[in-house]
Write a protein that binds this ligand. Structure first.
Ligand SMILES: NC(=O)c1ccc[n+]([C@@H]2O[C@H](COP(=O)([O-])OP(=O)(O)OC[C@H]3O[C@@H](n4cnc5c(N)ncnc54)[C@H](O)[C@@H]3O)[C@@H](O)[C@H]2O)c1
Length: 333
């Protein structure tokens, strides 16, 4: 992939909102390696994934702007002169979106509107790449899920992601601000927050295994998901940003190999060489939010952008466990 993209990002000015978080920091490292000039905007809110250690390999090569997506002055300043804007800042937990809906609505909907207004006023030539969630589909009747599936979100986080997506599309259609709208499946890998289990289930399972604790698999453990390694996710963001065929489009970003939660827990325990797992009942709260089986049909992004995942679940878990074994003090100790 890298060879074809060298010139697309060399010396390009890039803004990553939420850039100190999990996906944002992995993206920043890759873009710096492609020769881009990268600015990271992050409010470093507690509960989410911001971590300065995440950008350790490129810390002298990126600018960090500690500011909030809801602050008009900061956003107006930061969008100026940027060729690409990856919008990843967000309230990212569906659980917290139900206990504190106004924070979610404020960051995900108002924050996105602030960003797009800033682009309308100060930089209409920026390309905006947005990372929404598979949760926008809600419970589905047909698997794998393609982009024509009706959206039926089950929580505030999923609604705010869908709304943010639609806001960005309005600016694409009315003001010519080109966008790519991605709907990500569950992503895992190095540089994720591991402090709590509010989101990021694969990473949470890995922490429990590394601490030699019990992983709780809810229900009968047969629920299916497609778990995507973060490097593959970052490639999807970069490749779609660079490809005119992607502009104005919605794409699922996942891996077309479903895995059950029991299989996931077994694999993690086996690769970590510690921990164990057991069945546990769903809490009423989690049960209500659970949309059932989900795995992505990725034929559309494959066709438009020629992206497809390359890392198997076993390879991704092995690489992630290696990372957290080495750097756990920066993530939860
Ligand atoms: N990780 C996944 O599995 C997954 C799946 C679907 C969608 N997404 C989306 O991808 C994006 C990135 O998620 P992530 O997994 O890297 O989470 P993360 O928590 O690691 O990163 C989000 C970052 O946004 C920052 N942020 C939050 N509110 C902010 C605000 N008001 N202003 C500026 N910065 C703010 C946080 O400090 C954090 O660094 C989010 O929009 C999330 O909804 C992630």
């Amino acid at each position: 992939m890298q060879k074809n993209l060298d010139n697309k990002f060399k010396n390009k000015n890039i803004l990553i909102t939420g850039g100190l978080g999990f996906i944002g920091s992995n993206l920043a490292i890759k873009l710096v390696n492609l020769g881009a000039k990268v600015t990271l905007m992050d409010a470093m809110l507690a509960d989410y994934g911001a971590n300065r250690f995440n950008i350790e390999p490129v810390k002298d090569k990126v600018k960090v702007d500690e500011s909030d997506i809801r602050d008009a002055d900061s956003v107006n300043r930061l969008v100026q002169g940027k060729d690409f804007i990856f919008h990843l800042a967000g309230q990212v937990s569906h659980v917290l979106s139900l206990s504190n809906p106004f924070l979610d609505i404020d960051i995900n909907i108002k924050g996105t509107a602030m960003l797009m207004e800033a682009c309308r006023n100060y930089n209409r030539s920026a390309k905006v790449i947005y990372t929404g969630t598979r949760g926008q589909y809600g419970s589905v009747v047909k698997l794998p899920v393609d982009e024509t599936t009706p959206t039926n979100p089950k929580g505030i986080y999923e609604i705010s992601n869908l709304t943010a997506e639609k806001i960005i599309k309005v600016y694409n259609d009315n003001f010519g601000i080109k966008c790519v709208l991605l709907r990500l499946t569950n992503v895992y890998g190095p540089r994720s927050q591991m402090k709590n289990d509010h989101y990021g289930v694969v990473n949470w399972f890995m922490r429990l295994a590394l601490e030699d604790k019990e992983i709780k698999v809810f229900g009968d453990g047969k629920l299916k998901r497609d778990f995507l390694y973060v490097d593959d996710c970052v490639d999807a963001l970069i490749m779609s940003a660079a490809n005119e065929n992607a502009y104005g489009e919605i794409f699922n970003v996942g891996i077309n190999k479903p895995t059950t939660f029991v299989e996931l827990a077994e694999l993690i325990v086996q690769i970590a060489g510690s921990g164990r797992w057991e069945f546990a009942p769903f809490s009423a709260e989690r049960k209500a939010l659970e949309p059932g089986d989900y795995y992505s049909d990725i034929s559309k992004i494959k066709e438009h952008v020629t992206w497809e995942p390359r890392i198997s679940l076993a390879e991704g878990i092995k690489a992630s466990i290696g990372y957290y074994q080495k750097y756990r003090t920066h993530y939860w100790e």
